[in-house]
Design a protein around this ligand. Structure first.
Ligand code: ANZ
Length: 846
């Protein structure tokens, strides 16, 4: 029997698709469109299993939609600026450009081997001037719209590498590469005014009903809308400082106030600049770094000033003013009033500096001796110990009432604050998009004249090991325009900027005079389905949403606010982890299994320790190389396996047995194909049964539903059922017409999943594809329906008309969703027993 030769067949189809430009999106705009986009990769050099999963999921959808008659846009590009290129260049003396280009070409070859339906005609790379030229133009446009500005901000500074570090590059307060203690340093940086859109970004989440809820919750928390007020506190003993303003969400706890705390960067700090103790204190704070998390976890530190503040609700209450390390300058007003009884940070601080702890909220109205000791009470309750606020219900009444009072007395006013900070986009690095700004002799920023775009990166052959290389290339840095001397901005843009508009570029990737074509955008946008990792749930998605809003602002021609209509976040690919007796990680390649035990391949007497399955990562060496898998088992088998094991949104466990059985399954399908061809060639004229058409109908209905719902693992189960059924059913005699009709449809359903195999079988049988997804016939399905009696505790509560042979599990899941029956089951635990008679009764004992 001839085995299925995947090597020859897959290569043949991939060549054909490429030559025929099969997947190029059509210009014909009379057709309905479908824009399917997977997050584009960073060109690290090789694809990993995460890519295989992401792009297979997207490919199934793109092919399905295309068969359904949509004009599909399914592009691919490269997120090709960024640190690793620069690091590789530093370590290996290469230039980042050639390193990146080589990686791209490598990965492109690998992706093509997966048989993806990608429109390679639209390939883009963010590090090419043809791409970033438009980004520079957008930057200047946003600058004109007042959405880009420059200000001083603290950064994590590595004093040895002379560079700014991202928060994740600071490990335990030290630079990830140099190991130097990271300092806080003030630098002039460029910002996108994302904060301006906070309300819009928050409100629009409501419209995104094809997004996972968890992602919307994460975005909502990140935007962090707080309702509160700003309160003015009088300073009674200073000639220079009259008041301090604080933002609070809990004005109702004012009677419990025992100090005021300021950020070390608060404007008032200028009066302490020459105070040695204050300088020492500030240095101590600097050592903590700038991340919110680091600050939250650090020990509370304070510096007591001689200032005394007065409680505006009771001027007999006077409290000290501190500088404290837990107050951030870029939130609210950089000043807080401390109420230790009802805020844990304030309590930690008060206990350390021996400050008063006065409880003003109690959980129940009746108790009067409630007292906070070492754990702040932040729950609901009633106000007490608070004069005229007493007995107000907290928080429903107490906050609003206090604000009303403060506003009437003109001591404070209502205020909404967002946690979302403006997006700092300056990076002191070489391998990024140059910021198109120049400075004149007085240091004033000017836009680069439009006709001088793009500002390209100077070519370099060698990167020095410290600092920003652009700073040292004087010929590039100095520039003369119309006889006037300028210095270029040497910062480059955060790579998140590159990826926050690439989905627009794909719509008209070769347009030279602007980043996108309005007509193309109108047709293709928004992206119908965006697919990617949940690790991008916050920043990338938020920045892209911001960018779309910022670009559409004041541009009546494009009224798209949200770039991604549907979002799907896929799970990780996991693998067991292995360590040798010395506790060093071992890769799956270095392991052999003998009698169910695992040993080191090179020395089979050494047993290895098998750890839990974890998401594949180079650091734990538990990765599987996709290229090897494709070479050994074929792309179709790899696709089949990666879809089969678990729902696409959950993690999937990689296993040798799994990929092996997918490979074998394709061979079985090949045998089935032979069987069909053989039966067809017998040229019977009559059918001996209606079973085959009925089955095809049921199968089509299931498979279409599962494709629409992203239930791709169930889809694979459907394929297995189909195989078992047909393998037996071909004992009956069918006319070749019936065989052809049904088998043609079934093969088309395999096109999205195992495209090479299905294309080959369709061709062998001389079947058409015609870009038509086979419809199922509801009429035939109806004839096949049965009435199932639904009982609760033996009592009939209704009937369900369902397809014949629906399983117990399926009937039960339908009942659980049904308005009429749901009420009888309060929750899953109340079900004691289920009695099921196929095609007749389901009785639930609760
Ligand atoms: C007094 C108070 C009493 C507070 C109390 C809380 C509980 P969210 O909800 O995140 O907006 N805060 C204000 N500005 C701050 C800053 N720059 N750095 C650190 N903390 C700051 O938090 C608002 C609360 O966080 C504010 O309400 C303030 O503390 C603190 F029982 O004011 B509160």
């Amino acid at each position: 029997m001839d085995r299925y030769n995947f090597k020859i067949i897959e290569e043949k189809w991939q060549r054909k698709w490429e030559e025929d430009k099969t997947f190029s999106a059509k210009i014909d705009k009379s057709k309905k469109k479908f824009y399917c986009l997977e997050m584009f990769p960073y060109p690290s050099g090789k694809i990993h299993m995460g890519h295989v999963r992401n792009y297979t999921i997207g490919d199934v959808l793109a092919r399905f939609k295309s068969l359904q008659g949509f004009n599909v846009l399914h592009p691919m590009g490269w997120d090709s600026f960024g640190m690793p290129a620069e690091n590789a260049a530093r370590q290996n003396g290469l230039d980042p450009k050639s390193w990146t280009e080589k990686n791209i070409s490598n990965m492109k070859t690998q992706l093509k081997k997966l048989g993806l339906s990608i429109d390679w005609e639209r390939e883009i790379s963010t590090c090419s001037p043809e791409y970033y030229k438009h980004q520079q133009k957008f930057f200047l446009e946003l600058y004109d719209k007042g959405l880009v500005y420059r200000k001083e901000q603290y950064v994590n500074w590595d004093p040895i590498d002379q560079t700014v570090l991202a928060n994740e590059q600071v490990i335990d307060g030290k630079g990830w590469r140099s190991g130097a203690t990271v300092e806080r340093k003030k630098l002039n940086q460029w910002f996108f005014n994302i904060n301006k859109f906070s309300e819009n970004l928050l409100e629009n989440l409501e419209l995104l009903n094809e997004w996972p809820n968890k992602v919307k919750v994460m975005q909502k928390n990140w935007i962090g809308k707080s309702f509160g007020c700003e309160i003015n506190f009088k300073i009674e003993n200073s000639s220079k400082i009259e008041n301090i303003k604080c933002f609070t969400t809990r004005p109702d706890t004012l009677f419990g106030m025992s100090f005021i705390a300021l950020s070390v960067d608060h404007p008032i700090s200028k009066y302490y600049e020459s105070n040695e103790e204050f300088i020492e204190f500030k240095n101590k704070c600097s050592a903590v770094g700038t991340t919110e998390e680091a600050i939250a976890n650090a020990d509370k530190l304070g510096f007591k000033t001689d200032l005394i503040a007065v409680n505006p609700l009771d001027n007999k209450i006077k409290v000290p003013v501190y500088f404290a390390n837990f107050v951030l300058m870029d939130y609210g007003l950089g000043a807080v009033f401390g109420c230790p009884a009802h805020d844990q940070r304030d309590l930690d601080f008060a206990l350390k500096y021996n400050l008063n702890v006065k409880t003003v909220v109690k959980p129940e109205i009746k108790i009067d001796d409630f007292k906070v000791k070492d754990k702040a009470y932040t729950g609901p309750g009633y106000i007490f110990n608070s004069s005229f606020l007493n007995n107000l219900k907290c928080p429903e009444e107490s906050i609003i009432k206090t604000i009303e009072y403060l506003e009437k007395k003109k001591i404070g006013e209502k205020k909404i604050n967002f946690r979302l900070k403006d997006w700092g986009v300056s990076r002191q690095r070489y391998w990024g998009c140059p910021i198109p700004i120049i400075y004149d002799e007085n240091g004033k920023a000017n836009k680069i004249p439009e006709e001088m775009l793009p500002v390209t990166l100077p070519e370099i052959t060698k990167l020095s090991s410290t600092g920003n290389p652009l700073d040292t290339i004087i010929e590039w840095k100095n520039i003369e325009i119309d006889g006037k001397k300028f210095i270029r901005e040497t910062d480059t843009l955060d790579t998140f900027v590159d990826s926050s508009w690439y989905f627009l570029r794909f719509c008209s990737p070769r347009k030279t005079d602007y980043g996108f074509d309005e007509e193309e955008i109108k047709y293709w946008m928004p992206v119908d389905q965006y697919i990617g990792g949940v690790e991008h749930a916050i920043l990338h998605l938020l920045y892209s949403r911001f960018f779309m809003m910022a670009i559409s602002k004041e541009n009546k021609k494009i009224n798209i606010e949200e770039p991604f209509k549907g979002l799907f976040t896929q799970g990780m690919v996991c693998h067991e982890t292995y360590k040798n007796q010395e506790n060093q990680w071992l890769s799956p390649d270095e392991i052999v299994t003998i009698n169910g035990k695992k040993f080191e391949k090179k020395e089979k007497t050494r047993e290895v320790k098998v750890g839990p399955s974890e998401s594949m990562s180079k650091s734990k060496k538990n990765t599987i190389d996709p290229e090897k898998i494709i070479n050994e088992y074929g792309a179709d088998a790899a696709r089949l396996f990666i879809l089969s094991d678990s729902p696409p949104e959950k993690d999937v466990q990689w296993s040798d047995e799994g990929i092996n059985s997918s490979y074998k399954f394709i061979n079985k399908l090949w045998m089935l194909n032979k069987k069909f061809m053989n039966e067809i060639s017998k040229d019977h004229q009559e059918d001996s049964s209606l079973n085959l058409s009925k089955f095809t109908n049921q199968y089509l209905k299931k498979i279409t539903k599962n494709l629409n719902n992203f239930s791709y693992n169930v889809l694979i189960a459907n394929l297995h059922e189909m195989y078992s059924y047909l393998n037996k059913e071909l004992i009956n005699i069918y006319s070749s017409k019936t065989l052809k009709e049904n088998y043609n449809k079934i093969l088309i359903t395999m096109l999205p999943i195992i495209p090479h195999f299905a294309s080959e079988c369709l061709k062998e049988n001389n079947f058409d594809i015609k870009d038509i997804w086979p419809e199922f016939d509801e009429k035939i399905l109806k004839e096949d329906n049965v009435n199932i009696v639904v009982q609760f505790n033996g009592k009939k509560r209704g009937l369900l008309k369902l397809q014949k042979d629906t399983t117990e599990k399926e009937v039960l899941s339908i009942i659980k969703e049904d308005q009429n029956f749901k009420k009888y089951i309060n929750n899953q635990e109340t079900i004691k027993k289920i009695i099921f008679v196929k095609n007749r009764i389901l009785n639930i004992i609760v």
